[in-house]
Design a protein around this ligand. Sequence first.
Ligand code: SDX
Length: 428
Amino acid sequence: MSELAKIELDGKVYEFPVVVGTENEKAIDISKLRDTTGYITLDTGYKNTGATKSSITFLDGEEGILHYRGYSIEELAEKATFLEVAYLLLNGELPTQSELDSFGSSIKKHTLVHEDMKRFFEAYPAKAHPMGVLSSMICSLSTFYPESLDPHRSKEMKELTMHRLLAKMPTLAAWAYKNSIRHPFMYPNNDYDYCSNFLHMMYAMPTEEYKVDPVVAAALNKLLILHADHEQNCSTSTVRIVGSSQANLYATISAGISALWGPLHGGANQEVIEMLEQIHNDGGDVDKWVAKAKDKEDPFRLMGFGHRVYKNFDPRAKIIKKACDDVLEKMGINDPMLAIAKRLEQVALEDEYFKARNLYPNVDFYSGIIYKAIGIPTEMFTVMFAIGRLPGWISQWKEMTENKEPIGRPRQIYTGYTSRSFVEITKR
Ligand code: SDX
């Protein structure tokens, strides 16, 4: 394979280095393109553009492969805890028992949030979408830790901020939910593990004993692992570019939460359940809705289907689909939405439109069914995605800062008016 790419422009041949990754992915390094040729590249939506080199997550969209630091998502989802995976993403290696213990106890030390923040929640209307609350609350954490405003102040401060975020995100997420139903907030109870603590803050009441169902905690652990990182997706790219301005990490993660909220990205899991309910309430005629999804005149899309990278099954969707059957069976739940989802998948995968476009179920297609089964309200689905994706966002930010990457600032091709003189208002 050649180590140089040759580009001929205006009769002149230019050479640019070829970069090959450890999984044999290839790129043309065009970092000197404009300086040497005066040209830039144009790639709306960055479908063909690599923004960075990273050693965190590997995806193979054609083969449906997803690895975190070389470990397959199938093994991690089956055998690891979410905090183990968070440690792996952050540090590059699976922790020893003592490393995991000290990581876990550092996280536990910071699960509380400043009491003043409770007043912020009271100012939100009950119908406030929890993603809007969470994004604001995470950014507001920066106001309580002014020493964190310089993300590069010290290694210790950087680590403390990362651990504070991992520790406080579940607390703030659960409180956003409790606030929306005007129930009293439940404080974190550090006798619980990470997932059980979140469930306790979500569902416990001060007036009665709450027992965490191990089936629910295990399902949540698996779902958070499956969402933990996904290389340079929309919200992670947002985190990298906001972080590249050396904004503090709280503001940077808040930006990632906002990007994730979009229905084409993390917001799709809420849209999928609402779509399944719409199909169910409309009589369950799956063929009708698949036809709508194919109709260019119809804005309806099959939410939870399609992916920028996976042109085969999203491996996470496969794992979640199987977990759906297990969790619903163990909990004795018969959710008609699961049957509709499976039928929808079957019809779509046999349909030429979807096959021709390599549209398969993605991570969001089945996740809402499990969230619903474990009692998570629909509006909290994307918040769950954010809790899962947090270690990925932080790890990618950490890698970007450690590699001292420059501030992100893409170029453009201008297509507006060429120079013209101002016209007095009386002459317009
Ligand atoms: C996530 O990037 C990541 O890694 C994201 C994520 C992560 O872990 O971070 O995996 C999480 O965001 C998953 C995706 C969740 N979004 C949805 O489920 C929303 C529905 N899907 C899409 O809108 C769409 O598939 C995207 C946004 C996911 C991908 O869009 P692309 O890559 O820009 O592809 P496209 O919109 O250009 O679609 C290509 C063709 C088009 O048809 P033609 O113009 O070629 O005729 O496929 C069609 C689209 O109309 N198409 C769909 C469709 N998705 C694409 N048609 C019907 N239903 C769909 N869902």
